[in-house]
Design a protein around this ligand. Structure first.
Ligand SMILES: [Ca+2]
Ligand SMILES: [Ca+2]
Length: 206
């Protein structure tokens, strides 16, 4: 019986932390999607299919991940720009943007324009003329702090290189769920409700 109550409390605490959205979440293929922007041809990548390339953009397991440059880890546009549309599925208050650039000037990304939109597609922030540093052969991310912790669900990114080359390994975001943080009173009521639920289940089973 104590086990059941503990499980219910654990569930309640897990639920509370999700409702509060207090935990920074790294956004990657497990919780967001990315597609080609409206300016792009269907298969613009030089080395792989669009589906494989898009999957590779958001496949870093964490913001601290190291990724080696290989055909199945990077994406490459030969002669042009790359426009991407990210969809987070729900609104996040973003804190950091992460970018894994190519390691040589001949192919790396030299400029990125980011525009951030809420669930209603209203512009809530921009990060323009980002000039990412060169990566290295064992790539770690360059981090950009975001100064507008507003409700972001969609991100449009346009990446370009001085010589028409766009090559990089990953783009990632860190943020917290924007869903409103409940008042302490409602938190306590929520917890009491769950505890009551556990107690009544316990009595029924006894
Ligand atoms: Ca990758
Ligand atoms: Ca360059």
């Amino acid at each position: 019986m104590h086990k059941f109550t503990l499980a219910a409390l654990t569930l309640a605490l897990t639920g509370l932390s999700q409702v509060a959205g207090a935990t920074p979440i790294y956004l990657n293929h497990e919780n967001i999607s990315v597609s080609l922007g409206s300016s792009m041809a269907a298969e613009p990548f030089a080395n792989r299919s669009t589906s494989a390339s898009l999957a590779s953009i958001i496949d870093a397991p964490s913001a601290e991940a190291i990724e080696s440059h290989a055909q199945n880890t990077h994406v490459w546009i030969n002669g042009g720009m790359l426009e991407l549309d990210f969809d987070f599925g729900m609104e996040y208050n973003l804190t950091t943007l992460h970018f894994w650039n190519y390691f040589g000037e001949g192919y790396d990304v030299d400029n990125i324009d980011f525009n951030f939109f809420d669930a209603g597609h209203n512009l809530v922030g921009s990060l323009l003329n980002v000039m990412p540093a060169l990566g290295s052969t064992a790539l770690s991310a360059e981090d950009y702090a975001l100064s507008f912790p507003s409700n972001v669900q969609y991100v449009n990114a346009v990446l370009s290189g001085d010589n028409g080359q766009v090559d990089f390994n990953n783009i990632g975001f860190t943020g917290q769920l924007s869903s409103s943080v409940p008042e302490p009173g409602s938190l306590a009521l929520f917890g009491l409700g769950l505890a009551g639920f556990a107690f009544s289940r316990k009595r029924q089973r006894a």
